[in-house]
Design a protein around this ligand. Structure first.
Ligand SMILES: Cc1ncc(COP(=O)(O)O)c(C=O)c1O
Length: 446
C-alpha cells in the first residue's frame, strides 16, 4: 500500500475510533507519522492519543498471562524476566510525545541499565542520562546515542573520562562549573546547570529533590547572584523535581521554575525537565504534557529534554520466585528464594508492597500468607497477601513491575546469589541473558 493510502486509512481509523489506528501509526515511518499528525485536527489528535493509550493498556493486560505461563514452566528462579514487547510499547508512547512536540527523550540509566534491551530502546529514544562515570560509559558503549551526565559533584580523578563519554555535562554548583566548564567547552561537551525549581510535591523526603536543605540544584538566591558571570558558557538549565508523577505536577513545577528562572532562558539551547514523569502509566495525561512542552518551546525558543527512567520499563518486567518453605507463627509465612532486601530493595526503602500476579490484599481471598525472603534480616518481608489456593513448596510467584530500580540496586547481602536475568521476545520466547554465581559475590568482597 502506498504511504498516501496508509495515511488516509489511518485518518479514517482515528475518526472511527478504531483501535487498529494505534498499531498503524506506530508502524509508519517518521515522515508519514508527521503527515498524519498534520492532517488531524485537535479532536483527531486527542482521539489518536486515546487509541494509542488503549492499545498499550491491552498489550500489558495480555502480558500477565504470559508471565504466569512462564512461571508455571521450568524456568530457573529467582529470575528477572524483562519483556521486550512491553518495553517497546513504552518506547512507542515516548516516541509519540516526541512526534507531537519535537522534544528529545533520554532514558535514565539509574532506573534500568540492562543493555540487552537497548537495541529496541535506541530505535525510539535520543540517548541516555547518566549519574556519573560508569553510567556515562555504559551509555556511550551500549546505547550509542546522546549521553547527558549529571552528578551532585564530580571528582578531579574522573572528570576527564566523564567528559570523554558525555555529550552534555550538567553541574550542580557554580564552583564546579568554573572548575570544569572550560575543559568541557574545550572538548566540545555542552554545559548545563541544575537548578532548584522551587516547587515539588513529593511526599517522602527521601525522594524529594527539592526537600528543605536539598543539595540537588542551585537555589535561586545563589543563581541570581552568580549566573550572569557564567551565562556565556552555559548551554542549558536542568531541573528534576518529580517522582512517579502526572503532568499536573509538572505544570505546577514549571510555573515555579519559570517564575524564578524564566527571564534567563531565552538564548539558551535547551531546558531539561528531568525525570519522574510517569508517562507510560495508564492514567498519565499525555495531552497535558504535550501542551506544556509545546507552549514552553514556543515561549522561549529552546529545545526541551525529558529524562524519565521508570517510565521506560514501567510494568515491563517481573521477578519470578519459588516458595522454598512455609512456616507458621500465628500466620502462614512463605519463604521465597528471592529477597526483598537483596533483590527488590525499594520494597523496603520506599517502602511499598509489590503486586504479586493472581494475589489480593491479605484477607480478600481465602488463603493468607506473609511473603518473605530467605535472608537473616527480620524485616526481609515483601508483604501480606492472599490467594485462591494454598501455597505449596515449589510454587512459583510472579512479583510485578520489577524491571525498574531493582537490577541496578540489588546486592549479594548474606552471600545470596543475584537473580538470573532473561529477556522475553518474539511472542514469548525466553532468552537467558545472565546467570550469576559465587564469583560475582566473591569478587566484590576482596
Ligand atoms: C536527575 C534525574 N533525572 C532523572 C531521574 C529519573 O527519574 P525516574 O526514574 O523517576 O523517571 C532521576 C531519578 O532520581 C534523577 O535524579
Amino acid at each position: 500500500m502506498s504511504t498516501g493510502k496508509q495515511i488516509e486509512e489511518m485518518i479514517r481509523a482515528v475518526a472511527a475510533k478504531d483501535i487498529r489506528a494505534a498499531g498503524g501509526y506506530h508502524a509508519l515511518s517518521g515522515g508519514a507519522r508527521k503527515k498524519v499528525l498534520e492532517a488531524l485536527d485537535k479532536n483527531g489528535l486527542k482521539a489518536l492519543t486515546q487509541l494509542i493509550k488503549e492499545s498499550k493498556r491491552k498489550s500489558f493486560k495480555a502480558a500477565d498471562k504470559r508471565f504466569l505461563d512462564i512461571a508455571k514452566g521450568d524456568v530457573a528462579t529467582p529470575v528477572y524476566l524483562l519483556d521486550e514487547t512491553l518495553i517497546e510499547e513504552n518506547m512507542r508512547i515516548m516516541r509519540y510525545v516526541k512526534d507531537r512536540t519535537g522534544c528529545r527523550v533520554l532514558h535514565a540509566l539509574k532506573a534500568y541499565a540492562s543493555f540487552a534491551t537497548f537495541p529496541v530502546m535506541r530505535r525510539y529514544l535520543d540517548g541516555v542520562c547518566a549519574s556519573g562515570l560508569n553510567e556515562a560509559r555504559l551509555g556511550r558503549e551500549e546505547f550509542k546515542k546522546e549521553v547527558h551526565t549529571f552528578a551532585a559533584a564530580y571528582s578531579e580523578k574522573e572528570i576527564g573520562q566523564i567528559l570523554r563519554h558525555s555529550d552534555v555535562v550538567i553541574f550542580n554548583s557554580f564552583h564546579q562549573l568554573r572548575q570544569y566548564g572550560p575543559p568541557a567547552r574545550a572538548r566540545g561537551v555542552e554545559i548545563g546547570l541544575r537548578v532548584n525549581p522551587g516547587h515539588s510535591e513529593v511526599a517522602a523526603e527521601m525522594y524529594n529533590p527539592c526537600a528543605p536543605n536539598s543539595r540537588l540544584g542551585v537555589v535561586y538566591d545563589v543563581f541570581k547572584e552568580e549566573f550572569q558571570a557564567h551565562r556565556k558558557i552555559t548551554d542549558g538549565l536542568h531541573f528534576h523535581a518529580m517522582c512517579e508523577q502526572n503532568s499536573d505536577v509538572l505544570e505546577r513545577v514549571l510555573r515555579s521554575f519559570e517564575k524564578l528562572y524564566g527571564q534567563y532562558i531565552r538564548g539558551l539551547k535547551w531546558v531539561n525537565f528531568g525525570g519522574g514523569h510517569h508517562i507510560t502509566r495508564d492514567d498519565y495525561d499525555l495531552e497535558r504534557l504535550i501542551r506544556l512542552i509545546n507552549a514552553f518551546k514556543k515561549r522561549y525558543g529552546v529545545q526541551v529534554y525529558l529524562e524519565p527512567g521508570e517510565a521506560s520499563v514501567l510494568n515491563a518486567g517481573v521477578l519470578v520466585s519459588t516458595v522454598l518453605d512455609v512456616v507458621k507463627n500465628k500466620m502462614e509465612i512463605a519463604i521465597m528464594d528471592a529477597s526483598a532486601e537483596a533483590h527488590m530493595p525499594d520494597v523496603l526503602i520506599m517502602p511499598y508492597r509489590p503486586h504479586v500476579l493472581g494475589s489480593s490484599q491479605a484477607g480478600r481471598k481465602r488463603y493468607a500468607y506473609r511473603l518473605a525472603g530467605p535472608s537473616c534480616l527480620a524485616g526481609d518481608v515483601m508483604g501480606d497477601y492472599s490467594f485462591d489456593r494454598p501455597l505449596k513448596r515449589g510454587d512459583r510467584l510472579v512479583f510485578a513491575d520489577m524491571a525498574l530500580y531493582s537490577i541496578v540496586k540489588n546486592t549479594t547481602f548474606n552471600g545470596m546469589n543475584l537473580p538470573d536475568i532473561a529477556v522475553m521476545r518474539d511472542g514469548g520466547r525466553i532468552y537467558p541473558v545472565k546467570r550469576f554465581g559465587y564469583r560475582d559475590y566473591r569478587n566484590r568482597q576482596s
